[in-house]
Design a protein around this ligand. Structure first.
Ligand code: HEM
Length: 371
């Protein structure tokens, strides 16, 4: 019996490899933003609470600088989440739509949770600007954002279990359930969330390069950023092992037998080791502002995320293949004129965003204090 809903009779309008490239590139950007948001929010809340308790100006200033930027990070999370969602639906719609329906109530709640988190982040930023306590608001926003991540992980893992769908749908047709009994869910969620604390370390190092913040705060940002990058990347490597061990044996064997995914895993590990070394270096040399070190951390972190996205894609393809779903076997009818127009607009839009980011980075700004 075919476990998947009937295929859409309209062929794909572009080759599978092109959708895959676009999906991986945009998903790596989404994950970068997610990591900066989750990790940055955790650090901002922690420093706001500790800083206020101890009357520590450096922590309060560092936390305020983070809180002030979190609504922007959230905007990037959402906007950079839309493109990979569209590409994933094109490639894996028969699996992804089905799992989305099975956890429907939770899935639809993401919209409201994201709005709520956004609202709380704006409140935090406002209170940080006015020097009013906001650590508790940070904890609320963090709880909401972590819940959104739980729902995403549940959907992205349930889409890989077509053998569980019918039973789950019969048991709860209104979608009030998650992918609870799947052993891959918890390690996968932890992998992403702990990874967030590491990648946010890079964000802290970069924020610590600002000269408009008090020197004590920027030193704290650079030092703690380096330490977070090293410590949490190390922890993430251990969790990567857990994620792999939790996969069904057939998926592990298929990945191990695939030269491309073996190479990707190896490169991911190499970049993780490099990040640990770069993080330690940044922490030890925190007293010196080094754009070279900060840029290297940023570049290595992005390559590391991109490699993780590729390997994660391998887990999905191998898992679905076990049930007869071959993403490469779709009927294709490429309309090159439309593809070219799309690519031109895509590159143009990416260029505009890069220009906007460059203008923001070059902006002189004003002196920032939050204590
Ligand atoms: C606070 C908000 C958000 C958080 C914390 C978050 C977090 C995550 C996490 C942790 C994953 C990985 C799940 C896994 O595979 O284990 C994920 C995947 C994804 N997220 Fe987000 N997300 C957020 C908002 C959004 C929004 C608003 C969109 C789209 C409009 C989006 C689109 C996606 C897509 C498309 C994927 C995976 C695609 C794929 O596997 O092909 N996310 N997100």
């Amino acid at each position: 019996m075919d476990l998947f809903p009937a295929v859409d009779p309209i062929p794909l309008p572009a080759p599978v490899w092109l959708f895959k490239v676009l999906h991986s590139a945009t998903l790596a950007l989404h994950f970068t933003a997610v990591h900066l948001l989750v990790g940055g929010l955790a650090m901002a809340a922690f420093w706001a609470l500790v800083g206020r308790m101890r009357g520590d100006e450096a922590r309060l200033n560092a936390s305020g600088a983070l809180a002030y930027r979190l609504p922007v990070a959230m905007a990037y999370v959402i906007n950079l989440g839309v493109p990979p969602l569209l590409f994933a639906q094109v490639l894996y719609g028969r699996a992804l739509y089905t799992s989305s329906v099975i956890i429907g109530l939770y899935w639809i709640s993401v919209v409201f949770l994201v709005i709520a988190a956004y609202f709380v982040l704006y409140m935090m930023a406002k209170r940080a600007e006015n020097g009013v306590a906001y650590g508790w608001l940070g904890l609320i926003a963090l709880a909401i954002v972590l819940k959104v991540a739980v729902i995403y992980t549940n959907n992205m893992t349930l889409m890989l279990r077509p053998d569980a769908w019918i039973e789950m749908y019969r048991n709860n047709p209104v979608g009030g359930q998650l992918n609870g009994d799947d052993p891959t869910v918890l390690p996968r969620w932890l992998f992403m969330m702990i990874g967030s604390l590491g990648v946010a370390g890079v964000g802290l190092i970069l924020l610590g390069m600002k000269t408009r913040l008090p020197a004590s705060a920027t030193l704290l940002l650079r030092r703690r950023g380096g330490l977070a990058l090293a410590a949490f990347t190390l922890l993430q490597v251990a969790l990567a092992w857990r994620v792999l061990a939790a996969q069904p044996e057939s998926v592990r064997t298929a990945l191990a037998g695939h030269a491309f995914y073996r190479l990707v895993a190896l490169l991911w590990l190499a970049t993780a080791v490099l990040l640990v070394a770069l993080g330690l270096f940044a922490a030890v040399r925190a007293a010196k502002r080094s754009w070279l070190s900060a840029t290297l951390c940023g570049a290595a972190a992005f390559v590391n995320i991109l490699l993780m996205v590729l390997f994660r894609d391998g887990i999905r393809d191998m898992a679905l293949l076990q049930f007869g779903y071959d993403v490469w076997a779709r009927e294709i009818n490429t309309n090159w004129a439309i593809v070219m127009l799309f690519l031109a607009l895509f590159v143009g839009a990416a260029g505009l965003v890069a220009w906007m980011a460059a203008v923001t980075a070059r902006a002189k700004g004003v002196d920032e204090t939050y204590a």
